[in-house]
Design a binder for this molecule. Structure first.
Ligand code: SAH
Length: 367
């Protein structure tokens, strides 16, 4: 006898959870109860759901499951950064990183198994692409990390912020990322404010507008270059959506939203994009976009061809931006002793694009 696949309740955003219960002939408020059990209390079995009758729990166990990925590696860096390698049902592995800071804790969440964009300075890009993560696999990263971290002495959660800055391009996995972010924002699940959830994109322009209309979280854009000629080489997606179109989408994203700014990420690559002239060009570019700039010292990885800018070069670059009135922060390098820093996440994936193979053979064109 063939049994129907069980629904993994992790993947159901609040509206889908209500539809699920109504479909079972149950009252919609059951959705709120189950969301709370799973996401608030970290339950992974129906037995613990004591405000739900035993017969309903039994019916639930027949048609549904709460299936989290398995933790294969749990590493802690000298600076307290923690990284989990999670094995998915199909054997692929993805990474999730927790970054503790004074007064807040940020979880860096992956959205795809690998990435299709092939940015030349990024480890994930070099390993190729396998598939999109399901909504369940995205939100489960938050669930796993919350369970592993426990609560602080006041009973509060350690994760106060989420950034969709792990492996993958979140806007190329739009529906699943939205469903997961709706759970992050929902009071019955994680209850984070939309300002504490940040989606980072390499610049999928049409999807930026869709994001504004469906789930208006904080936006970060991986810019990395002040002109199209250089950005075409660093972020190949730029050939499809050049800088002018990208910045227009950014302006639309924050228009009328109470002084919100777009965060522009700029990875500092020695001798490539870190000159004073390029800093001035960047100032000109961002002069009429409500923005903050995050300078990210390049983090090396085995197949990488770049070098990190010297500290002095980063400081000079920052000073040009700051003197022009641009809010600028140099991101601290966190967790690099366990390869958990920006651009170092690689998981263990089966590459279906065969890009990783070509990279190893040296036939991928490098800038
Ligand atoms: N695809 C999305 C989400 C990934 S975010 C995006 O491009 O925004 C990961 C961030 O780390 C991006 O800003 C990315 O450009 C940056 N990054 C990638 N490789 C890096 C490296 N080797 N060193 C430092 N930052 C890197």
């Amino acid at each position: 006898m063939v049994t129907a696949a069980k629904t993994n309740l992790f993947g159901l955003a609040p509206s889908a959870m209500r539809a699920f219960f109504v479909g079972m002939g149950e009252k919609p408020f059951r959705a709120a109860q189950v969301l709370q059990w799973i996401h608030h209390y970290g339950a992974d079995s129906f037995d613990s759901m004591t405000n739900i009758s035993r017969p309903l729990r039994q019916r639930l166990a027949e048609v549904a499951e709460i299936m989290a990925p398995e933790i294969v590696l749990d590493q802690e860096a000298a600076d307290g950064t923690r990284k989990w390698l999670l094995r998915l049902a199909d054997g692929n592995c993805i990474e999730t990183v927790f970054i503790p800071e004074e007064g807040r804790g940020t979880l860096c969440v992956s959205s795809q198994v690998g990435c299709t964009l092939n940015c030349s300075f990024c480890a994930t890009g070099h390993q190729g692409f396998n598939r999109n993560l399901e909504a369940a696999e995205i939100i489960a990263q938050l669930w796993v990390a919350n369970r592993a971290l426990g609560r602080d002495p006041r009973g509060e959660r350690l994760i106060t912020n989420v950034v969709m800055m792990g492996m993958g391009e979140p806007l190329l996995n739009f529906d699943n990322v939205i469903a997961a972010m709706q759970l992050m924002l929902d009071d019955m699940a994680y209850g984070l404010s939309r300002r504490r959830v940040t989606l980072s994109t390499a610049g999928v322009v049409p999807a930026i507008d869709r994001l504004r209309d469906t789930c208006h979280v904080s936006l970060a854009v991986s810019l990395h270059a002040p002109n199209d000629a250089l950005r075409d080489r660093l972020v190949p997606l730029n050939r499809k959506y050049p800088i002018a179109e990208l910045l227009d989408a950014c302006r639309r994203y924050v228009a009328g939203d109470g002084g919100r700014r777009v965060t522009f990420e700029y990875v500092m690559l020695a001798g490539v994009n870190d000159s004073i002239g390029q800093a001035r060009e960047l100032v000109g570019l961002l002069s009429d976009v409500p923005s903050k700039v995050n300078l990210i010292p390049f983090n090396p990885f085995p197949e990488g061809v770049y070098e990190r800018s010297q500290r002095a070069a980063i400081d000079r670059f920052r000073d040009v931006l700051m003197n022009a009135g641009l809010m600028t922060v140099t991101r601290k390098t966190r967790g690099d002793d366990i390869d958990a820093a920006c651009g170092q996440l690689a998981g263990r994936i089966e590459d279906r694009t065969r890009r990783s193979l070509r990279t190893r053979q040296g036939s991928v064109s490098q800038p």
